[in-house]
Ligand binder design. Structure first.
Ligand code: UD1
Ligand code: CA
Length: 451
């Protein structure tokens, strides 16, 4: 059975107090909407329609970055959840299969839950995802009749007795596309909010003799984000889960609660992560690596046996081969560091390649930017770059070559050559003592004059 996802993302999110549409706020470096899209992928959807309204241009741009095949339908006025789904009608007019409705601000629904919803469609025309709420608050209540769902009553429209129900509506549902759009046409807005409620589908479906059921999931999966506080809470929930699953996979986190992970962080078995390490998006670390305290990694790859940090910064395009060492206060960007190479102290290596077993001395800088363009530095294998070498790119240094400490490299260094480019030192015998005497005398004179 083909599936189309309709993701509701038109709401303003007033309580976020933000210029950014709510669904674009991030958790672990992916927007709420991206989390919802990732969750929806479990159903291998044939079509994905995101309903955007507030900040539609920004949402459209974000959607095209996340998934080129996803479409955006515009909901100009937010007249309610049924009206929102109705905006996907045109895009889906030739679609045959099931529509699964997700919320763009509900990032944590699991693949397993979505699969259970779809499976439940075998026995029911309309499947609603519900959850037992610890605090039902203002959620819509599911009025059950045995295993079948009689109706959903919104909090505002509920009687005191109905408000006692703790089985609540997550908002997610699955239904045949044709049936869903037919029923949506019949939904009115005569209710306490004056909105077109998607939840009215339940009663309308039953009135036509169709079967409606509810599938339950854990409340944590239906967690919605409405405020910055919710966002921080949702991020914390995500982090706790992600750390736990890494540890289960055999990664050591020395102080788990201080490690910040991205939604797509991948770390291999027996890698050790010291305290206070931050992962941005797009990081993979192989097995048996060591990431020492206070390091920051994003968009990079760290191979088996590498040792990173403390206080290292790996930026996008940093490719570290096996057994490389990157030490304190070293920044690496868009550069390949080959196996066994070392960059141990206080260096910037950007737009570069460093060959096998090469040693980069303390304070080495690749001068990659001329103010307008970026240029590359190529360094060969088994070479030795002396401390405080400046490599003025574009530049290359061969294999088994050396640069003397303090050299400013502006010309190619061939294989096996030594480059020295610094002012020649001259020594003046006895001059230091004389100079000291002169300076001391001067100081005495100045302090006498001051009195
Ligand atoms: C909705 C449900 C309620 C459920 C709750 C779960 C209805 C009538 N009520 O209520 O039963 O317990 O979700 O969180 O469906 N949206 C649009 N366009 C609109 C209106 C909403 O895109 O015109 C989007 C919002 O951005 C949000 C989602 O739909 O992602 C839910 O809307 P919201 O207004 O938060 O619904 P609730 O009143 O919380
Ligand atoms: Ca809501």
């Amino acid at each position: 059975m083909a599936t189309a996802l309709v993701i509701l993302a038109a709401g303003k999110g007033t309580r976020m107090n933000s210029d950014l549409p709510k669904v674009l706020h991030p958790i672990a470096h992916a927007s709420l909407l991206e989390h919802a899209l990732i969750a929806g992928r479990a159903l291998d959807p044939e079509r994905v329609i995101v309903v955007a309204g507030h900040g539609a241009d920004a949402v459209r741009a974000a959607v095209s970055e996340i998934d080129e095949t996803a479409e955006v339908a515009l909901q100009e006025e937010q007249l309610g959840t049924a009206h929102a789904v109705d905006q996907a009608r045109e895009a889906l007019q030739d679609f045959a299969g099931d529509v699964v409705v997700l919320y763009g601000d509900t990032p944590f629904v699991s693949a397993e839950t979505l699969e259970r919803m779809v499976a439940a469609r075998e026995g029911a025309d309309l499947v609603i995802l519900g959850f037992e709420a610890a605090d039902p608050a203002r959620y819509g209540r599911l009025v059950m009749d045995g295993t079948s769902l009689e109706r959903i009553v919104e909090f505002k429209d509920a009687s005191a007795q109905e408000r006692e129900i703790s089985f609540c509506n997550s908002g997610l549902m699955a239904c045949d596309a044709g049936q869903m759009f037919d029923l949506i046409s019949k939904i009115g807005n005569e209710n306490a909010s004056g909105e077109y409620y998607l939840t009215d589908l339940v009663e309308l479906a039953r009135a036509e003799g169709r079967s409606v059921t509810a599938v339950a999931c854990d409340e944590s999966e239906t967690l919605g984000v409405n405020s910055r506080l919710d966002l921080a809470g949702a991020d914390a929930t995500f982090q706790a889960k992600a750390r736990k699953s890494l540890m289960e996979l055999g990664v050591t986190l020395m102080a788990p609660e201080t490690v910040y992970l991205a939604f797509d962080t991948v770390i291999g078995r027996d890698t050790v992560i010291e305290p206070n390490v931050v992962f941005g998006p797009g990081v993979t670390v192989e097995s048996g690596a060591l990431i020492r305290a206070f390091s920051h990694l994003e968009g990079c790859h760290v191979s088996r046996g590498a040792k990173i940090g403390p206080y290292a910064r790996l930026r996008p395009g940093a490719e570290l081969a096996e057994d490389t060492h990157v030490g304190n206060f070293v920044e690496i960007k868009n550069a390949e560091i080959a196996a066994g190479a070392k960059v141990n102290h206080l260096s910037y290596i950007g737009d570069a390649s460093v060959g096998e077993k090469t040693n980069i001395g303390a304070g080495t800088i690749t001068c990659n930017y001329d103010g307008v363009m970026k240029h590359r530095t190529e360094i060969g294998a088994r070479s030795f770059i002396g401390s405080n070498t400046l490599l003025v790119a574009p530049i290359s240094v061969g294999d088994e070559a050396m640069t003397a400490t303090g050299t400013v490299v502006t010309r190619t260094v061939e294989d096996g050559d030594l480059a020295i480019g610094r002012t020649r030192q001259e020594n003046k015998p006895g001059r230091a003592r004389k100079l000291m005497d002169i300076l001391r005398a001067k100081k005495v004179k100045i302090s006498k004059e001051a009195k």
